[in-house]
Design a protein around this ligand. Structure first.
Ligand code: F0G
Length: 454
């Protein structure tokens, strides 16, 4: 058994409660059978997301004390900007309040009605912003990317032939930009290889198209390049980062994930794009030297970005996830393999194969696991999609229950508890019932829609 070793010690703890099963049933009913609407006080292990819930280091906390408060021109901002220039080697930086704010700005500037944005795979907020500006997403992930079980170490790779065919079919003028997502979220936190990104770059060069990287889950992707890509094994994380960034025109990120802090930002080496995007920052985010972030968040982010260059820091999440995935896989629970970053992903389509897709199997599984354990996960399937204009469902390629692993937050015994409860639920899976909406928002319905058992 491979035991993941914590390369840190715990110096501050927060008490948890484990509510009774009766209370858990009551709580999830009050929450409209949507785990987003649960309250923390009713949750034992919160595996909803790795966003804004990662443990900060002592150095991050310490840096928050030296923050330099001001509306314009603070030293704090200068430190953040220089750190980003150092690690990505890009000249320009625009701060935002979080990742989706970057997507708003990038989409407003680059997406026009009729635009197409090819990407390895979509993320919920990304797709919504592109659609809002009249564009459309084309997912051109490689074929194994959507297989639940695979030996492909880089399931996040883009299919290069499909990319080129798509550009030829529509003409490069129609393509707003090509987007690559690091640690591809919705297919199970799966990485792309540096080799694949280089191939994508070549196509972008050939047709004069911008390459935009969503680096929100970059730390996991860096770890996987370092440990799985033979060709780059001798490069340091810092060198891999520089190489990767040199292939992109724009890099944006959620600081809630990358850098274990808050906020976000857009880096670019393209001055023209920078100038267009800059206009929108004071309009939606705040002045150019804070962009909606507090100075404390920016200081923590600066240190967090530097810590991302340390292999013994970024390896913690992937190793815990790999432990959890392997324990479940060994016992026959259907999980996405190989283990990726972000969290452990359970294949609901197989776990609850008696629940049809229109009854949201992954949403139903999230509810059942919460009742069975007090562990909160997130539906990543049809519930997280948006209906077609005619009201019909968009059935997701995958129905996943995501159990995110906030970085450095849970102990191994807590992970083992989650595994134990999932095994119990798997044995009793026929008890689980499908769901239907009783209150369904039009956009990003998974955030606050309410459901009941069918
Ligand atoms: N891009 C990716 C790949 C993400 O995973 C997220 C957020 C965003 C963009 C948006 O960033 O939340 O700071 O606005 N993912 C979170 C999650 C919400 O739980 O997977 P944000």
């Amino acid at each position: 058994e491979q035991i993941p070793l914590e390369m840190h010690k715990v110096r501050i703890v927060q008490k948890l409660e484990l509510p009774t099963v009766e209370r858990r049933f009551e709580a999830i009913t009050e929450a409209g059978n949507n785990t987003f609407l649960l309250k923390n006080r009713d949750i034992f292990l919160d595996m909803l997301t790795d966003s804004g819930v990662n443990a900060m280091s002592d150095r991050q906390q310490a840096a928050m004390l030296i923050a330099d408060d001001s509306y314009a021109g603070s030293e704090t901002f200068i430190r953040l900007e220089s750190k980003l220039r150092e690690i990505f080697g890009m000249k320009f930086f625009l701060p935002t309040h979080q990742g989706r704010a970057c997507e708003n700005i990038i989409s407003q500037v680059l997406v026009k009605p009729g635009s197409i944005v090819p990407m390895n795979y979509h993320f919920t907020t990304t797709k919504s912003h592109i659609n809002l500006n009249g564009g459309r997403v084309e997912e051109i992930i490689n074929d194994t990317g959507l297989e639940i079980k695979s030996n492909n170490p880089f399931k996040g790779n883009m299919d290069i032939d499909k990319l080129e065919n798509l550009i030829k079919k529509h003409g490069s003028d129609k393509i707003a930009f090509v987007r690559m997502e690091a640690g591809t979220n919705l297919i199970g936190g799966q990485p792309f290889s540096l080799e694949n990104l280089s191939e994508v770059r070549k196509i972008c060069d050939k047709y004069g198209i911008l390459l935009v990287l969503d680096a929100s889950l970059l730390s996991d992707n860096l770890y996987f390049i370092k440990t799985r890509e033979e060709k780059f094994k001798s490069m340091s994380i810092r060198e891999i980062t520089r190489k990767l960034a040199s292939l992109c025109d724009v890099i944006y990120f959620s600081g809630r994930k990358l850098g274990c802090a808050r906020g976000g930002g857009i880096c670019t080496k393209n001055e023209d794009v920078f100038i267009k995007m800059r206009e929108l920052v004071p309009l939606y985010e705040g002045f150019l030297t804070y962009g909606g972030m507090s100075v404390r968040e920016m200081e923590a982010l600066t240190i967090g970005l530097e810590e991302t260059m340390d292999e013994n820091i970024i390896n913690q999440g992937p190793q815990f996830i790999s432990f959890m995935v392997n324990e479940l896989d060994k016992k026959g629970v259907p999980v996405v393999t190989p283990a990726g970053g972000l969290g452990c992903h359970i294949n609901a389509m197989e776990f609850v194969d008696h629940i049809p897709q229109q009854e949201y199997p992954a949403g139903a599984l999230a509810v059942a696991l919460y009742i069975a354990s007090g562990v909160r996960g997130m539906e990543r399937g049809t519930l997280s999609e948006q209906r077609n204009p005619d009201g019909s469902e968009v059935f997701s390629n995958m129905e996943l229950l995501r159990l995110a692993m906030p970085r450095r937050v849970f102990t191994l015994s807590q992970v083992k508890y989650a595994v134990d409860r999932i095994l119990w639920l798997y044995e009793n899976r026929k008890l689980i019932e499908g769901l239907k909406f009783i209150d369904e928002p039009k956009i990003l319905r998974f955030f606050f829609g309410r459901l009941e058992p069918v």
